[in-house]
Design a protein around this ligand. Structure first.
Ligand code: AP5
Ligand code: MG
Length: 214
């Protein structure tokens, strides 16, 4: 199954993607995670994109689309994948459609995880991520068993650099301006399904699995 996850920053895309990926045994591809790994590794790509992430702005389309195209060509994508954080602009969505049609395939569903802006702001200040495996926690809604230590791999969990209050507001604004139009884009082709992302992670998961019919 080929799934796109749509939703505001902090809607829970990464959290739900991990669960779907394990259930369907398909890779979770997050452009944000790819950029952060490159920043951490000081690669040429990382140096180019750091400023955009730090400011809560989108990385230019031409840098982003090539990375995704390469990644979709990997063998582990044969059975499907979950795209988390891509596409994020109409030109990215059009590019993806073109690349997939060249591969004689297409997206099955675009799932919107729908959360109100005020809930997003509360969540982001409490988010913590594992420095090793990328697992996501929240000090209020989904804490680690031992403070500061990842439940899965025992590494340190930290706050993401772009989770400061000011950057979160910027990311939300960018989302409304540039990414929200994708909701209509996928509605028009009957690919859009919606799951409300409020309440607890497990309630959201129930709605997500139902919306995807899995
Ligand atoms: P990216 O990494 O994609 O960030 P984002 O879209 O801003 O989304 P987040 O990862 O912040 O949130 P999420 O929806 O994954 O939520 P999470 O599961 O962590 O992108 C970062 C940057 O990279 C962008 O700003 C941009 O610069 C660049 N970029 C990436 N892709 C790009 C592209 N295609 N084009 C251009 N630039 C690109 O959950 C959030 C918190 O809420 C956690 O603490 C979690 O525990 C908690 N939580 C989750 N679900 C629930 C629930 N149901 N109830 C209560 N709490 C919950
Ligand atoms: Mg994420």
């Amino acid at each position: 199954m080929k799934i796109i996850l749509l939703g505001a920053p902090g809607a829970g895309k990464g959290t739900q993607a991990k669960i779907i990926s394990e259930k369907l045994e398909i890779p979770h591809i997050s452009t944000g995670d790819i950029f952060r790994a490159n920043i951490k590794g000081n690669t040429p790509l990382g140096m180019k994109v750091k400023e955009y992430l730090d400011n809560g702005e989108l990385v230019p389309d031409e840098l982003t689309v090539e990375i995704v195209k390469d990644r979709l060509g990997n063998d582990d994508c044969a059975k499907g994948y979950i795209l988390d954080g891509f596409p994020r602009t109409i030109p990215q969505a059009e590019y993806l459609d073109k690349v997939l049609s060249e591969m004689n395939t297409s997206i099955d569903l675009a799932l919107l995880i729908d959360v109100k802006d005020e809930d997003i702001i509360t969540r982001m200040s409490g988010r913590r991520v594992c420095t090793n495996c990328g697992a996501t926690y929240n000090i209020v809604f989904n804490p680690t068993k031992v403070e500061g230590i990842c439940d899965s791999c025992n590494s340190e969990v930290i706050q993401r650099a772009d989770d400061s209050a000011e950057t979160v507001l910027n990311r939300l604004e960018t989302y409304h301006k540039q990414t929200q139009p994708l909701i209509d884009y996928y509605k028009k082709t009957n690919k859009l399904v919606v799951a409300e992302g409020a309440e607890e992670v497990k309630d959201t998961t129930e709605r997500v699995l139902k919306a995807l019919g899995i």
